[in-house]
Design a protein around this ligand. Structure first.
Ligand code: BTN
Length: 266
């Protein structure tokens, strides 16, 4: 690995725009802010001003938001920090939005980098190790009236000392081949647009193929898990299946099925 390749510098918006244009995915607006509080919050404000479909990218967030009211922190220029807003159209299976986004993000990252990515329910991008997992990305989906915002956070070039927990990693730490941040971001933006347009114009969202792809990539299904619910209650058992609405079905110690729509799975 050539260390210089991963050196940090501000995003070059023109590279992102040119690359997205070449992909012809019909993306109209990309907003780059050298730094901001949270790209998801910027997206909320832009929607409130009447904008509809756009991407927001930044080099640094001072108030990045994670799932379950956590914070999402990353050193300047070390990460992929993107929020994408889409019109929900007629989608009713909202529980699958998270899982759909994780499936597309995984697909794009696997095409760019040479390591295997699995998905910890609902939408953590993780690398499986023999006895655990290492997380390097996550998605925070937020619904605002007629739109969904997909907030994508991916650890790109962090070293061990910069990572928030002992079970975190970055793309660079996986000895991945080098792809400049701008090209990965452009690929994520283009593919989210392309597949959003395709997948939301089908008879059924999500398509059966997406459900199968998510299940095949799942780190969680088939494993013994402990789920911490937002209330703090813990459920232990085996993750046996996904419900129609994307919820996780866990067979608890008594043999009963518990259906979980939100929680932290370990
Ligand atoms: C998670 O908790 O795993 C989801 C993390 C999502 C973080 C991203 S970074 C870009 C966007 N803006 C935010 O404030 N959060 C999301």
């Amino acid at each position: 690995m050539d260390q210089q390749e991963w050196e940090r510098s501000p995003l070059r918006l023109n590279l992102i725009e040119d690359s997205v244009k070449r992909a012809q995915a019909g993306v109209s607006k990309i907003i780059y802010l050298p730094q901001t509080g949270s790209t998801n919050q910027v997206a909320v404000d832009l929607l409130a001003e009447g904008n509809s479909e756009f991407a927001v990218v930044t080099d640094f967030q001072s108030a990045g938001k994670g799932r379950l009211n956590r914070i999402w922190e990353a050193s300047p220029e070390s990460s992929l920090l993107i929020s994408l807003a889409f019109k929900l159209n007629a989608i009713t299976n909202l529980g699958w939005l998270n899982l759909w986004a994780a499936t597309i993000a995984r697909r794009v990252l696997m095409e760019n980098f040479n390591f295997d990515i699995t998905l910890k329910w609902p939408n953590d991008l993780v690398v499986a190790t023999p006895d655990a997992f290492l997380k390097f990305g996550g998605i925070l989906s937020e619904i605002h009236k007629e739109h969904v915002i997909f907030g994508i956070g991916i650890n790109y070039s962090q070293d061990h000392s910069e990572l928030p927990t002992s079970i975190s990693t970055s793309i660079k730490l996986q000895n991945a081949n080098f792809v400049a941040r701008e090209f990965v971001i452009a690929d994520l933006i283009s593919n989210f647009h392309k597949f959003w347009n395709l997948d939301t114009n089908c008879n059924q969202f999500p398509a059966k193929a997406i459900m199968r792809e998510y299940q095949a990539a799942s780190y969680t299904l088939g494993r013994r898990v402990v789920v911490t619910l937002p209330s703090g209650k813990e459920i232990s058992g085996i993750a046996v299946a996904l419900a129609e609405n994307g919820a996780l079905m866990v067979r608890n110690e008594k043999g009963e099925i518990e259906t979980i729509t939100a929680g932290d799975v370990n």
